[in-house]
Each structure stands twice: as C-alpha cells, then as structure tokens.
Design a protein around this ligand. Structure first.
Ligand code: TXA
Ligand code: MG
Length: 315
C-alpha cells in the first residue's frame, strides 16, 4: 500500500476531471453521494476492486455496491424486471440500492459480487456523484469510504481520518445531505428490505403495491455485510438513555440539555443527516461512553435506530 498522502480534490470541473482520470488508471477515489462518501474504483478492473478490500480492510466475502450514471447502464449489468422499473422510477436517482440477478455479460470483476449471482446497483442523486459517474462513463464499485467496521463518512475529513495515505484522492463535496447509507431492496426473489435507509419501508411498499418483506422474515436472503457489530465508535454506546450519567458524552434528540443534539426540534431527517458526524465528534472527544437519547422508530428513525444498535453491539 503506497503511503503517499491522499489528494483532496475540489468540487469543480478540474477536480472531477482529475478524479475520473485517476479512476480510469485503476486508482481509488472517494466521492460524495447524498448518503455517505463512497470509495470508488473501476468495477471492471480486478486490481482496482482488490484495492478497495485492501484499503478498507474489508473481508473479501462482503460484496460491493456498483454506482451507475443512468438506468440504461444499470440494465447492462443486471437482469432488469417490471418491479425494478417501478421502484427505480419512484426513487432513482436517490438513496435506494437494488439487488438483482447479475447479467452473465456484465463484464465486472468477480470480486465485486464476492461470488454471489446477484449485484447491488445504485443511481445516486448527488450532483457531484452524477457528474463524476458521467465523466468516468462506467460502473463504479463504491462501499462507504471508511475502514471496515468504523463509522461511515459524511465529510471528506471523515474519509481522511481513516483512509489518508491508503487511497489516491478524495473529491471534497462538503457534507452529505441524507447522512445514512442507502436503503437496500432485494429483488432477486420476493421484494425484501435488506437494509433500512433513507427510503422507508412504507415508501417502498407503496411503490410495490404490497408490503415489502423484512429481512428477518426471509432469512434465506441477506446482505452479507449486515453483521451485528458495525459503525463502531471507539467509545461504548448506551442507547435509549432516559437520564444522563456523570462523565458520559451526551447525544440528544429533541429539546434537551446535552453535548450534541441530533435535532433540537425532533426532526428525524435532520437527525439522520447529523448522526455519523455527531458520533465522529463525540468519539474524538475521548469519552468512554456515548449516551444517546431515545429516537422514535418511524420514518428515518428506523434507519437511525438500526445504525445505533449496530454501533452499540458487542464487538
Ligand atoms: O449509501 C450507500 O449505499 C453507500 C454509498 C457510498 O453508495 N454505500 C454503502 O456501501 O453503504 P457498503 O459497502 O458500506 O454497504 C453495502 C452493503 C453491504 O452490507 C453488502 O453486504 C451489501 O450492501 N451488498 C452488496 N452486494 C450485495 C448483494 N449482491 N446482495 C446482498 N447484499 C449486498
Ligand atoms: Mg459501510
């Protein structure tokens, strides 16, 4: 792994052109999407994709999401379906990833799918991500741009905090708007919610015309990366804190006294956008325990509670 410092590229035409050029040369470039920063590599280039696993310290059995510049590109990679068309029309570009059977002629590195016969594809909405994908002109493998098991990055500084010197560049587009990773919908069998995210189960069910299955109801299908412990800060986490205790870092929600507040007005979308950045800050404060106020379990709150319980899981 070369230990040259990672370039920070500006979010302008020259920065995008340089990022696309590095990607074409098989280098790793982190880029902002509306959810979190992704660690991009040419999904057709075996060595580049291997580099993602090495830079992240990611287990090789955990497959990657591929980002595409258009629906047409997605159709070249996966066996498209009427259901895929419906949900893509409703939510793309946006924070939704679809898992579909991979086409035999997709032309991707086998490492992308880690040997599965399905592929996770996503058309992101963030303008900078779309401009980069268009400039690059092909499929970009892109897991979250953090060392494996650590908190996902929502700023270029977060990316550099764990990957500086391990990747060629980061395209700095400022903070991500949604702040939580995409919702993952499995469409290779019965539509199944594999990971809660920015698009809620209720929204998906409405577009599908029937209730989406939850992963726990369909254990045969799973997102291999959905292990209990994930997004782990160094500090221990105490969730649903009804009161604050001496010496804890206090992460609040709603109108209350605390060290950092996910949303003083109790807005779940705002809380989602702040979650990872606040965890990064409280963790950096050196506190041994981060206590978190209760967050309601509806709308974006489902995905927030999912990430909090993974951050709190025994390691
Ligand atoms: O918002 C996002 O989805 C971000 C941005 C960068 O796009 N990406 C992201 O990637 O969160 P990552 O690698 O951190 O999470 C991808 C998840 C993993 O849990 C992985 O196991 C699952 O997607 N996955 C990938 N391919 C899959 C497949 N074929 N079937 C089921 N799960 C899959
Ligand atoms: Mg991740």
């Amino acid at each position: 792994m070369p230990d040259t410092p990672t370039l920070r590229l500006p979010a302008d035409e020259a920065g995008i052109a340089r990022a696309a050029e590095l990607l074409r040369a098989g280098e790793l470039v982190a880029f902002p999407t509306e959810t979190v920063y992704g660690l991009g590599a040419d999904a057709r280039n075996d060595a580049a994709v291997a580099g993602i696993y090495e830079a992240k310290g990611r287990p090789s059995f955990n497959p990657l999401i591929v980002h595409v510049p258009s629906i047409e590109h997605a159709k070249e990679l996966v066996e498209w379906s009427g259901t895929a068309e419906n949900v893509a029309r409703a939510f793309w570009p946006g924070p939704l990833t679809l898992v579909l059977p991979i086409r035999w002629d997709a032309g991707l590195s086998d490492r992308v799918t880690a040997g599965l016969d399905t592929l996770a594809v996503r058309l992101p909405a963030a303008p900078l991500a779309r401009e980069l994908l268009t400039a690059f002109g092909g499929p970009l493998a892109g897991p979250s741009a953090n060392r494996s098991g650590r908190i996902s990055p929502t700023t270029a500084d977060h990316v550099l905090s764990t990957l500086d010197g391990r990747i060629a560049a980061v395209l700095d587009g400022g903070p991500c708007k949604v702040g939580l990773e995409s919702t993952i919908l499995g469409l290779s069998g019965r539509p199944t919610l594999l990971r809660p995210g920015g698009i809620s189960a209720e929204q998906l069910s409405e577009a599908l015309g029937h209730p989406v299955m939850r992963r726990q109801d369909n254990a045969a299908i799973s997102a291999p990366g959905q292990t209990a412990s994930h997004y782990a800060p160094r500090a221990r986490m105490r969730l649903n804190a009804a009161e604050w205790r001496e010496g804890e870092a206090r992460l609040g929600f709603g109108d209350m006294e605390c060290d950092l507040n996910l949303s003083p007005s109790g807005d779940l979308e705002e809380a989602a956008a702040n979650l990872f950045a606040h965890l990064h800050l409280l963790d950096a404060s050196g506190a041994k325990i981060i206590a978190v106020a209760p967050v309601p379990h509806f709308g974006a709150g489902v995905a927030i509670n999912d990430r909090l319980s993974r951050a709190a899981a025994p390691r």
